[in-house]
Write a protein that binds this ligand. Structure first.
Ligand SMILES: [Mn+2]
Length: 719
């Protein structure tokens, strides 16, 4: 799966001005310069219909651009689900599946009263314009329902965008993925700012223009990165506005009041060292070494997956991401975890005590940060010498509390860097969970082929449900790692397609079927895409699939010296498409967490120059996922997960280690879509070896599933 923009912003931890574009996304937009980082703009949809032979109900998805991983909507299942007892956390599948109560989503919301209430509060707070970002206080890729402020005030439910409100105007900025959806959902109080379209202002420009003649702009500083706030304040002043003001209370929350969903309070559990591979003591010691190298006063951790990784804890506060609301501060002699203590099991508390971690309430981070900032200010020499390090996605509120630029320094997170280098336990977990995940996928494709070739009608969500059920019985399964992209025919060309229950297409047995899905297991996180055809594919589909597969194999087989970046490697995957004048508008690979977020930085493989900033290294895990999309007709993507390993080479020019990939995904490719005549002997051997590997690792786990055994045999014949 590819990533949503916001995620990449923080994942890459690059200066905002130079972020990578997430995979699906359209060119950078105002809300998030990263939009389009991993993915470049989606193809503009063609109006001409495809020549699909069957009556596939190809419809525009309700959430066209929903980033691969979309924000979940609150459902009754979500609110009512009792927490599963420790030690193993089971994510509520309903909450984490495509079973969103999404039906009402595309309806226009009347925002008149909400805006009126907000404007009243703006008067009371002496501001003229109010900014409502999409993000939560941790720059999360997915947000909890209680953080859906931008959706509440504007009525627009897409995952990316920014709402800005003045006394007589309201504007919603979003990117190309969401133009249709926003146009449908916004009522006539709102102007849609189509980001990336020529002459349409970014929301920052809109705010700057509207603030001319001495207007004051307000924002909740917990929801804006410090660097974004700084730039915005500059623009406002430059165009004649007064300033950007950090308001202590969130105005939208006050309007939302009792209707606002509660802050999640899901249990937090310990991830045993047999899965994590390294204890918190050692991780803290490594971090302190980094702090020492940088002569830093401490590191403030505000990204939820970084906190979860550092303390070997997992939670369930955010859909698909096993994280929990928290912050942490690590200094040379203290480690403080800010979390609602009632969420922590006894085992967690004992573990934290054993690792010399102090627990404080979640909200106490701000007063503590303030105190630390004041201390640093008092001690002049120390203040001169030592600053607090912050990830560049840390909120403006935290940076302000610490005393602003004078006492803080934005860096690429040392925890993010450490987390991306998996230890041997995590790597083995990654291999093992991909075998179990492969078993589920093999059973699924065998079942699906049988259904479709025997005339059974299935829609995209019903099919995805079956896959989820097959995964759920696998050992160490916790939940899905993102909403399954189950797409037939032309829907497969919509890179971030997400089928909607009860309102999606019926699978066309004679069209391409693309399935991009993944799961969370205690020992790892999976993300696999396979494209299949259960009937007679067209020559164009076969050609395109074969070119994409060749690209996947070429990157998988690449050997490169230590220091090589994902930017340099990207062309390995595209070369065969390029030779035909074809390409795809998304990145080629993203890092993945170990039973953590499916999109994880700082590494990645793609064409943006920012991918040149971080070299791939031993222990990194990345996806390899080239694709090709024929709008209105079909889409192809083939995604394996791979570990970066040192390889043996005849020489070692430059006295450097040479690196290569070890794929861990174990699911056969679609034979009906492979044109063998386009393959070299080396590629045929690679495929035969891959198939043998898949059979060796999964066959014994298929039990007496005759359908799966037969399908596996059929799909893995040597080339
Ligand atoms: Mn992926």
């Amino acid at each position: 799966m590819s990533l949503p923009p916001a995620a990449w912003l923080r994942i890459l931890s690059l200066p905002k001005t130079s972020r990578l574009v997430p995979r699906t996304f359209p060119a950078a937009t105002a809300t998030s310069p990263a939009l389009g980082a991993f993915l470049v703009p989606p193809h503009s949809r063609r109006s001409s219909s495809s020549n699909l032979s069957v009556q596939t109900r190809t419809r525009t998805p309700k959430r066209p651009a929903a980033p691969l991983r979309v924000q979940q909507r609150p459902t009754s299942a979500l609110r009512g689900s009792p927490p599963t007892p420790a030690p193993f956390l089971r994510l509520d599948c309903r909450r984490h599946s495509h079973d969103q109560a999404a039906a009402a989503e595309m309806e226009t919301v009347n925002t008149g009263e909400r805006l009126e209430a907000l404007r009243k509060l703006m008067v009371e707070n002496k501001i003229d314009i109010y900014v409502v970002p999409s993000e939560d206080a941790h720059s999360s890729e997915y947000i909890a329902p209680c953080d859906g402020r931008r959706e509440f005030i504007s009525g627009f439910s897409g995952s990316a965008g920014c709402a800005v409100v003045s006394f007589d105007k309201a504007a919603l900025a979003t990117d190309g993925r969401y133009f249709n959806q926003a146009a449908k959902q916004l009522d006539n109080n709102w102007t849609l700012l189509k980001q990336g379209i020529q002459d349409v202002p970014t929301w920052q420009e809109w705010v700057a223009t509207e603030s001319a003649n001495g207007k004051t702009v307000g924002v909740d500083p917990t929801l804006l990165a410090s660097s974004t706030a700084k730039k915005l304040a500059g623009k406002i002043k430059k165009s004649g506005g007064v300033d950007l003001v950090a308001l202590p209370a969130n105005l939208v929350d006050q309007v939302w009041a009792a209707e606002r969903p509660p802050h999640p309070a899901e249990p937090v559990v310990l991830l045993e060292t047999r899965f994590a591979g390294k204890d918190t003591k050692s991780k803290l010691a490594d971090l302190r070494k980094e702090l020492d190298k940088k002569n830093a006063a401490g590191f403030v951790v505000s990204l939820l997956d970084e906190v979860a990784w550092l303390f070997n804890l997992r939670g369930n506060d955010i859909p698909y991401n096993p994280v929990f609301f928290s912050y942490a501060i690590v200094t040379p002699d203290e480690a403080i975890l800010y979390v609602d203590k009632t969420k922590l099991s006894d085992a967690c508390q004992a573990y934290l005590a054993d690792n010399h971690v102090t627990i404080k309430p979640y909200d106490a981070i701000f007063s503590d940060a303030k105190q630390l900032g004041e201390l640093a200010a008092r001690d002049k020499t120390a203040a001169e010498a030592k600053k607090f390090l912050l990830s560049n996605q840390t909120s403006w509120a935290l940076a302000l509390a610490l005393g602003g630029e004078e006492h803080t320094e934005e860096v690429r997170s040392p925890i993010g860097d450490a987390k991306a280098v998996k230890n041997e336990t995590e790597l083995e977990g990654m291999r093992q969970c991909h075998i179990r995940d492969g078993v589920a996928l093999i059973k699924y494709f065998a079942w699906l082929e049988h259904q479709l070739t025997t005339g059974v009608q299935l829609d995209e969500v019903v099919a995805a449900d079956k896959l989820e059920a097959l995964r759920a019985v696998q050992e160490h399964y916790v939940g899905l790692s993102f909403p399954t992209i189950s797409s037939t025919g032309a829907n497969a060309a919509v890179i971030h397609y997400q089928p909607e229950r009860g309102n999606c297409s019926v699978l066309d047995p004679n069209a391409i079927y693309l399935c991009d899905s993944g799961a969370q297991y205690l020992d790892g996180t999976t993300d696999t895409t396979r494209t299949a055809h259960f009937g007679t594919p067209t020559a164009a589909e076969i050609k395109a699939y074969t070119l994409v597969l060749k690209g996947n194999m070429a990157l998988d087989m690449a050997i490169f010296p230590k220091g090589t970046t994902g930017f340099a490697l990207d062309a390995f995957a595209r070369q065969f498409l390029w030779q035909e004048g074809l390409d795809y508008r998304h990145g080629t690979g993203h890092g993945v967490g170990s039973y953590l977020n499916v999109h994880e930085g700082p590494i990645g493989i793609g064409t943006r120059k920012q991918y040149a900033d971080v070299a791939l290294g031993t222990g990194n895990v990345t996806s390899i996922e080239p694709g090709f999309y024929e709008d209105g007709s079909y889409g192809i993507r083939i995604e394996n997960m791979a570990i970066v390993r040192e390889v043996k080479t005849t020489h070692t020019f430059g006295d450097k280690p040479y690196l290569g990939f070890e794929h861990v995904t174990m699911v056969p490719f679609c034979r009906a879509l492979i044109d063998t005549s386009l393959l070299t002997e080396r590629e045929k051997k690679w495929l035969s070896d891959y198939n043998k590997d898949v059979v060796d690792k999964t066959k014994a786990l298929l039990g007496d599933d005759e359908l799966a055994l037969a399908w596996l045999e059929k799909e893995t014949q040597p080339f």
